[in-house]
Design a protein around this ligand. Structure first.
Ligand code: HEC
Ligand code: HEC
Ligand code: HEC
Ligand code: HEC
Length: 231
């Protein structure tokens, strides 16, 4: 009798152990929460608008960055070393390696910007870090004066602050988009021009709301060859 009770007890303990173990591992295996959403790939991006997102990983950093008002650029100083709107600016500072084309030497300051003590200014972020032959287009300033008088007319840039259809609506983009696809490089961060500094860098899809300003195209008259004979 005692032997039977002993065997039953052993089986009883085994059964309790088994069910405790089973319940424990069952609850361990459960998912935290079931989300009935299919995993999708990254949404497709329109190829011509791809560059808009190039610096969007820094958007929240830009949003939380304090503004350094003592070292902000203005639209006037921005156009100081540009021959015309959209022209490559000349290099306003000394360049170490005189013969090189630039590349990584320039990118160490111009890839992400930042304060440069020796020039007492923030380095503007380049909108085109992939064009590594920098000095193909950007030349060092040799002199501030002209050798001879010139009547070169410097076309002023498009007006700023007047491009909204209604008060509070997103202004249209008054400039061309070639070489200006990467909005955050010029419109956010400490080197951004004061008048162009944008308070919503986190809305990364800029061209969702800001559309290029379309100039009205005048109707060109129908071309008529002078020697055609009326029939
Ligand atoms: C040590 C950091 C540093 C290096 C290296 C450097 N730059 Fe700069 N760069 C600056 C700073 C800072 C400014 C802003 C100067 C100012 O506003 O007075 C600037 C301004 C410029 C500008 C004018 C931008 C504008 O919007 O007017 C150009 C163009 C430029 N640099 C090109 C280059 C090229 C090309 C090279 C490589 C040959 C280069 N830089 C190397 C820090 C640097
Ligand atoms: C194919 C010609 C070309 C090459 C190569 C080139 N740039 Fe530029 N860059 C331009 C033009 C044009 C602009 C003016 C864009 C505008 O204002 O619309 C510009 C603007 C800039 C600006 C000013 C951004 C601002 O805040 O307005 C910086 C800084 C700059 N480039 C740095 C560089 C650096 C660094 C390199 C090399 C890694 C480089 N560029 C290579 C043509 C070029
Ligand atoms: C190379 C620097 C640069 C880049 C890149 C750039 N912009 Fe600009 N943006 C400017 C300048 C400079 C102005 C002032 C008008 C002018 O001189 O062209 C301006 C003006 C504007 C204005 C008008 C602001 C107002 O208050 O009227 C809007 C909107 C704008 N840009 C949107 C954009 C968008 C969107 C992108 C990206 C597709 C972009 N910008 C890329 C330099 C730039
Ligand atoms: C959801 C729509 C929306 C998106 C996305 C958006 N903006 Fe705007 N933006 C606006 C509106 C609305 C205004 C006008 C704000 C006002 O007048 O108070 C504006 C104003 C501006 C201005 C004029 C200066 C200012 O701050 O008022 C600039 C420059 C600008 N945006 C650039 C950008 C850039 C660069 C991006 C991408 C990082 C961007 N915007 C994304 C809606 C948008």
């Amino acid at each position: 009798m005692k032997k039977r009770l002993g065997i039953l007890l052993v089986f009883g303990i085994l059964f309790v152990g088994f069910s405790a173990n089973w319940t424990y591992s069952y609850y361990q295996g459960l998912e935290e929460a079931y989300i009935p959403i299919m995993e999708t790939k990254a949404p497709p991006v329109i190829p011509s608008e791809k560059k808009v997102f190039e610096r969007s990983e820094y958007a929240l950093d830009y949003l939380n960055m304090p503004q350094d008002e003592n070292h902000q650029r203005t639209l006037e100083s921005y156009y100081d070393n540009r021959a015309y709107p959209g022209a490559p600016p000349s290099i306003p500072h000394p360049v170490k390696e005189k013969l090189g084309m630039g590349g990584n030497i320039c990118l160490q300051c111009h890839q992400n910007g930042g304060f440069v003590q020796k020039f007492n200014a923030y380095a503007p972020v380049t909108p085109h870090p992939e064009m590594i032959n920098c000095k193909q287009c950007h030349v060092e300033q040799q002199t501030k004066n002209y050798f001879a008088a010139t009547d070169f007319y410097k076309k002023p840039g498009p007006a700023v602050g007047v491009n909204s259809a209604l008060p509070g609506s997103p202004p249209t983009i008054p400039h061309q988009l070639q070489m200006r696809e990467n909005c955050l490089s010029c419109h956010a961060g400490p080197a951004a021009v004061k008048e162009l500094w944008v308070d919503h860098p986190e809305r990364v899809n800029c061209r969702q709301c800001h559309v290029p300003q379309q100039q009205e195209v005048e109707n060109v008259e129908l071309f008529v060859r002078a020697n055609t004979v009326d029939q």
